[in-house]
Design a protein around this ligand. Structure first.
Ligand code: F3S
Length: 77
């Protein structure tokens, strides 16, 4: 599996990730991205299934500030 969260300290609310991977990312009231898959709450603890790996990678590749963090293990575990 894969796990992901967004570093809001560097996100510039460009809006690319939610357009690329709407099942994984959405935006907070300030337009900053966060992970919403299975109500992850931007903790990076919900496992992203394989059928979303392409979206996940495309979103990470498309982020202009490298704010999308991805790992094979849960974050904050
Ligand atoms: Fe922010 Fe990058 Fe998404 S700047 S809105 S995390 S593409």
């Amino acid at each position: 599996g894969k796990f992901t969260w967004v570093d809001k300290d560097t996100c510039i609310a460009c809006g690319a990730c939610g357009a690329t991977a709407p099942d994984i990312y959405d935006y907070d009231d300030e337009g900053l991205a966060e992970t919403i898959y299975q109500a992850d709450g931007n903790t990076g603890t919900k496992e992203i299934p394989e059928d979303l790996f392409d979206d996940l990678q495309d979103a990470a590749d498309g982020c202009p500030t490298d704010s999308i963090k991805i790992a094979d293990e849960p974050f904050n575990a």
